[in-house]
Design a protein. Sequence first.
Length: 677
Amino acid sequence: MKKTERHLITSALPYANGPLHIGHLAGVYVPSDIYTRYLRIKGEDVISICGSDEHGVPITLKARKEGVTPQEIVDQYHEMNKKAFEDFGIEFDIYSRTSNKIHYETASGFFKTLYNKGKFIEKTTEQYYDEEAGCFLADRYITGTCPHCGNEGAYGDQCESCGTSLNATDLINPRSTVSGTQPVMKETKHWFLPLDKYGDWLGKWILEDHKEWKTNVYGQCKSWLDQGLQPRAVSRDLDWGVPVPVEDAAGKVLYVWFDAPIGYISATRELTDEWEKYWKDPGTRMIHFIGKDNIVFHCIIFPVMLKAEGSYILPDNVPANEFLNLENDKISTSRNWAVWLHEYLEDFPGEQDVLRYALCASAPETKDNDFTWKEFQSRNNNELVAILGNFVNRTLILTDKYFNGEVPAIAGTDEYDKKTLSEITVLKKKVSDSLDAFRFREALKEAMNLARLGNKYLADTEPWKVIKTDRDRVGTILNISLQITANLTIILDPFLPFSVKKLREWLNIDTLSWDLAGKKDLLKQGHRINKPGLLFRKIEDSEVEYQVNKLMITKKQNDSPGKKIQEAKDNINFDDFNRLDIRTATVIDAVKVPKTKKLLQLTLNTGIDTRTVVSGIAEHFDPEDIKGRQVSVVVNLEPRKIKGIESQGMILMAEENDGKLVFVSPAEKTSDGTVIK
RNA sequence: GGCGAGAUAGCUCAGAUGGUUAGAGCGCAGGAUUCAUAAUCCUGAGGUCCCGGGUUCAAUUCCCGGUCUCGCUACCA
């Protein structure tokens, strides 16, 4: 077993096309920050790395839509997210970005090394290029005439009419759907990372050597490995990203998934000249904190990249979390269904720890979890205020009241005192063990048990009664209570950094290292403590209602058809319209298409004939319920094979913003085959 | 449909390489208490451990099948 000399903690690079929300925090950044702070207070050599992931197509699309450059988009969100992390107390040693120079150098260099070592497969293909838009076109962005059936509207990947799958180069008279112009053929070369060659190695490394990985991670990896890996392109035809650093690669950039994890390396280089120590010395223990959507990149692809390069170490563990839901619904940036970090920081100033606590206490460690404002409130009021804040408050107030803010002497301990004190060490060990195993929920619970221990100790020893008869005994009791409080500043430090800082100021002490936790004399007799305040305040119902209300408004907006109406499409002429043949028809039979989730096979009486239509509505309608129903159907649409069934037409449906489907039917029953115009 | 993960107290979750009474926190009920932000402390009620089979002396735990939830994936003319 190698010896751990230092730790390299990475947290998934957030994509710089939107603000951060509680899902990001609970899944990745709160755990990674807790872990990093834990290692720090233990005195370990540790660096925590993160930054913005700023390349990739979604950012270019967003930029185009807003009429700005991609750089402007990423500048905006990089600054915003960087600040939000800082304000929230996520202590990265560096929060870098993939659009800066050092990343370009690092990523290029990494690519070149693999290139020179012959680790890539090169494939040159001819692809259509849109000269007006200045980009290569993916197959589905090209239409033209099908060489088999003469259909003029065939797509570059498939002809709807005859169902044959095509290459874009097969099309006669091709058109770009981006600009409408005729694309030209251009040679384009791409590089592939042959993951398949690493299957055996990965199998041993993960399935045999890392059985300790979380079951969700291990299972996902096993699934990928069992299915067999395929070579993956590492380059793309795009003008936003790190240019491919070889000749003949104009207009090509590194594919984001290749580019982004290298961002960890670039960020480390930016941070320290000694970066190689962290990335190449086997004494380094590297941990990737990610969400479950990132498992394949961090457990399969990035390790293959590092292995292929040859001089890098591999991750020791990849503690991926599941997803966090919000008030019973999936968090969604586009639907604005989220608690945004920057908004929380405004609504709850100075209360970072409350959110940190709530997110850690119900983190989606083993399965998706639900965040509700009600739970947030009760975590705060019943746990932070009532257990932790209250214990600290009682201890400090009593010390102030009976001993004028001076740590009293121990006048002799009885069995119960000793048992209570020894319990501190037991709890410390439990917290350590849980954190070492990335079980943050459990660790937090054990840490809170120290405050519970304190409350129980006070309740059992009753200093407010004893003070009438035995002042020395009260001194002992409060000394012990104060030692527990001092221990809390250590054990809770990784979880609640802001509150612990306050607590240290009240106790008039510096940061104490983890090793000291469990000691009974952290505060010496005669040490003066400062006037305390309240560690946490109660969160009122009205505040929770306000937040829930905010979400309800979002929900209403999402549901209301008035908002987010799609813009009208370009005008067509009457002839265009006239070419459509829409009829009323009755559903005679409906069955689910086997082996699919969404597809129903409908048999329709269209008046003209009886025909089969396949429709993607199985998630919304029960086959039995729609039999006999009258619908509107486009009867002259080119037939298309779906899952081997020929679909002869299309049922008209109205789709709400939330995806709900409604049949478009005649308001009164008509005979089948009636023309709709 | 394929693959992965999950299903245990009202809620959020632990847990057992199979073995007498299945645990914790919150919530709830009763009691004690007043130093404390009506906080705390004690006691208690609450569970066919998703369903059906199988293996076994014994299954909630292992195996097989099914149902439901989440994610990835295919299908949505």
